[in-house]
Design a protein around this ligand. Structure first.
Ligand code: NDP
Length: 298
């Protein structure tokens, strides 16, 4: 069997970013509107700071404005809620992103529910979650949206395909399952209590792994010809690169899986780049909707 075709997330993301930049330019000239994203980060989690910098940089490269609120770890929940209320009421802010994870004892669901659903560019507000499951237009979470965009571009329709989503988080697994269902796939959601994960994988025409467990999904579990999207980001030691060195790998054993799958995303360079590009897209969508404009074709 021939090797899987690599789904190049960087290429897809570059295309989305080009579309976003063109939309932003058009909004500026035709409507004097500069889409503006407020990014709120609480605490000193290193990975979160890296993500926030990348998001800010990409927003600015697309011609948007950003406003970063970097708050100390000990910020009381009520102060965070007050800031969100202020951002909700500010007409110059189109999108609000609360970088997760929030440090304890802040109640994440309460904070996410405080964001105006119209500015909820991550799609985590319960109203947007409900809209996604009921098929109404809302804000769709960025990682699943990016996965679905790549799936649609790769496969000739998803109707009737067996799809397995491994992971049931509110951020990735559940919204991914909702999007697959919307495309008429037959969807199974696996999680830490699932028995016979290998068997479920062998049945899947489309497999989305969003666990956070390095190489959990063995190559021999993959159905020949399946389309595999690997969302996982796991840092593992890489002695071949030198003492103490590490590398990022996904949830799928890529080297074996690529010999079996029909299509597969690499890690890095697969789902990750699309996630940030789709955040930019959501910010433009939010800004347009707030002006009563239709969604762009990005
Ligand atoms: P969570 O930790 O919130 O969820 C992990 C899910 O995996 C849970 O539903 C858990 O089940 C399930 N799980 C854990 N162990 C197993 C197992 N042995 N077998 C089957 N299922 C299992 O993680 P996230 O959804 O936030 O993220 C998942 C991964 O994706 C992480 O590596 C994260 O870094 C990455 N990620 C990547 C993004 C990107 O842009 N590429 C964006 C967001 C996340 P249970 O519910 O039973 O506990």
């Amino acid at each position: 069997m021939s090797e899987a075709k690599i789904i190049d997330g960087r290429k897809f993301a570059a295309e989305v970013r080009r579309g976003v930049a063109a939309e932003v330019a058009a909004l500026k000239s035709a409507h004097a509107l500069t889409p503006t994203l407020a990014i709120v980060l609480v605490g000193d989690d290193e990975a979160s700071h890296i993500y926030v910098r990348a998001k800010g940089r990409q927003a600015e490269e697309a011609g948007m404005a950003t406003l970063e609120h970097l708050l100390p770890r000990e910020t009381p929940e009520r102060d965070l809620l007050t800031l969100i209320q202020r951002l909700n009421a500010d007409d110059t802010i189109n999108g609000i992103l609360i970088q997760l994870p929030l440090p304890a004892p802040i109640a994440t669901p309460k904070v996410l529910a405080a964001v105006d659903p119209a500015k909820d560019v991550d799609g985590f507000h319960p109203i947007n979650v409900g809209r996604l499951w009921s098929g109404a237009p809302g804000m769709v979470p960025c990682t699943p949206y990016g996965c679905m965009a790549m799936l649609k571009a790769t496969l000739n329709g998803l109707a009737g395909l067996r799809a397995l989503v491994i992971g049931r988080s509110n951020i990735v697994g559940k919204p991914m399952a909702a999007l697959l269902l919307r495309e008429n796939a037959t969807v199974t959601i696996a999680h830490s209590k699932t028995r016979d994960l290998a068997e479920r994988c062998r049945e899947a025409d489309v497999l989305v792994a969003a666990v956070g467990h390095a190489r959990l999904v063995k190559g021999v579990w993959i159905k020949p010809g399946a389309c595999v999207l690997d969302v996982g980001i796991n840092r593992v030691s890489a002695p071949d690169k030198g003492k103490g060195k590490t590398r990022i790998v996904g949830d799928v054993d890529f080297e074996v899986a690529r010999k079996v799958a029909g299509h597969i995303t690499p890690v890095p360079g697969g789902v990750g780049p699309m996630t940030i590009a789709c955040l930019m897209r959501n910010t433009v969508i939010a800004a347009r909707r707030q002006r009563g404009l239709p969604d762009p074709a990005i």
